[in-house]
Design a protein around this ligand. Structure first.
Ligand code: FAD
Length: 410
């Protein structure tokens, strides 16, 4: 059996950030990765995907973006390369092509079984990804035969999608981007819209994420916000990273001909039924955007940034009239359904009693109830930006601090 102080599971940017912080504290560790470094960026992203965060936000412990386009948006393959370069530069002790099959609590630590070796470690950090597998609602089982079902982790490009109409379910970052791409490929696209987070790409001449970073909104802490469970379930921002920094909101999609319908509420005898509350959903998203812009404007006034241009307000999201409430999935109108309904972690290898009845891991800012077992990369783990690349440095530093204190005390 192999021994180390800390096993980190997963060599995405979170696992590597953790590795860097552990190395700085001289903690002996190994990073076990089932594929290659940045596996999810190599295997789970569609071809045209670009980061929705500007390049200057691609910051990791002891690393900042060095290219000549700080305001641009890296492609998925460039992101994979950057993470791979980071692993090399930090000499992270990655053991690739090693799948962790189980982690069990034993005396003085954990037994980590992999498809290669078994490790004993005093502490374990799961960095296996907060968005590892698609979360598809149970009503997918009511889809008539003959319709192709895809998730964003399976979708690659329009050429791999059957000709004919597409129903995209979910209007967050993945859903709006894939809906636009499929519409531009000539397919009729229907987009089912539930709760969403509307965002302009730029505001008062700056990237919206510049404002969210500068105002401190992305740094909001898990132990300071009123409703953490709700905040950690919020859908991703409706943003796309393009060279022209375009806004891709529902008005833009409707403008190019994407049909907007309400949330997919049920499927009965092949008939898809959409919620009739589209107008309410739009009003709520517009209201929340207005509040965000108010916060930004107040902050800008205090910071003396009036020269960036006057406050802007955006046209309300237009409700299609009448909004379609049903769609016959047996009629041939829809050939493909894209389930852009969110992603979730896969911690099925974790054989430690820290799951609640819904299968979610209980933790306090990444510190689980099992001493010496940590999580990183989960939604709102310690900060609003915890699932962004830019959130890993602060979270990894905090968790390393806790881990070092735990080792010293035991
Ligand atoms: C479509 C999409 C777009 C995104 N766009 C942005 C963006 O613009 N900007 C931004 O900052 N963030 C973005 N994110 C969020 C986030 O940066 C990524 O999800 C990122 O990949 C998460 O990093 P991670 O290290 O937590 O997990 P991952 O990158 O998923 O890394 C986890 C690693 O663990 C490995 N692993 C899993 N299980 C095991 C096991 N049992 N044994 C061994 N290894 C295992 C996996 O192979 C993987 O390499 C996006 C996410 C998605 C899904």
């Amino acid at each position: 059996m192999l021994k180390t102080t800390t096993v980190v599971v997963g060599a995405g940017h979170c696992g590597l950030a953790m590795s860097r912080c552990l190395a700085e504290k001289s903690i002996d560790h190994v990073v076990l990765e089932r594929g290659e470094v940045a596996n999810s960026w190599h295997t789970q992203r569609w071809d045209s995907l670009r980061l929705l965060t500007p390049n200057w936000m691609t910051r990791l412990p002891d690393y900042a973006y060095r290219g000549d386009d700080p305001d641009g948006y890296l492609s998925a393959s460039e992101t994979a390369q950057l993470i791979t370069d980071y692993a090399k530069e930090t000499a992270a002790p990655v053991q690739a092509n090693t799948t962790v099959t189980s982690v069990r609590s034993v005396e003085r630590g954990y037994l980590v079984h992999t498809d290669q070796d078994t490790w004993h470690a005093r502490t374990v950090v799961s960095a296996s990804g907060g968005s590892a597998v698609a979360r598809v609602p149970a009503l997918q089982h009511a889809i008539p035969a003959g319709i192709t079902n895809l998730t964003p982790t399976e979708y690659r490009n329009p050429s791999e999608v059957p000709d004919g109409g597409v129903l995209v379910v979910g209007a967050s970052a993945s859903g709006i981007q894939i809906a636009e791409e499929l519409h531009r490929s000539g397919r009729p696209v229907t987009l089912a819209v539930g709760e969403h987070v509307r965002m302009p790409r730029t505001y008062r001449g700056r990237d919206i994420l510049w404002w969210m970073d500068a105002t401190g909104l992305l740094d909001e802490r898990y132990d300071e916000i009123p409703d953490l469970p709700r905040a950690s379930r919020l859908p991703s921002m409706q943003l796309v990273g393009t060279p022209e920094r375009k806004t891709l909101d529902l008005n833009a999609l409707r403008g190019i001909g994407v049909q907007l319908v309400g949330r997919l509420a049920g499927i009965r005898d092949g008939l898809a039924q959409f919620s009739g509350s589209l107008a309410n959903v739009f009003t709520l998203a517009d209201l929340k955007l207005g509040r965000l812009l108010d916060t930004i404007d107040t902050w800008a006034a205090k910071a003396g940034l009036e020269d960036l241009g006057p406050p802007q307000r955006f046209a309300p999201t237009q409700v299609p009239s009448p909004a379609r409430l049903t769609l016959d999935l047996r009629s041939g109108e829809i050939q493909t359904i894209i389930w852009a309904t969110g992603l979730r972690p896969d911690l099925s290898w974790l054989d430690v009693p820290i799951f609640d009845r819904k299968g979610r891991v209980g933790h306090d800012g990444g510190v689980t109830a099992s001493p010496g077992l940590y999580l990183i990369g989960m939604p709102f783990l310690r900060r609003r930006k915890s699932t962004l690349i830019d959130g890993a440095a602060a979270d990894a530093a905090d968790l390393t601090g806790h881990l070092v204190r735990y080792l010293d005390a035991t």
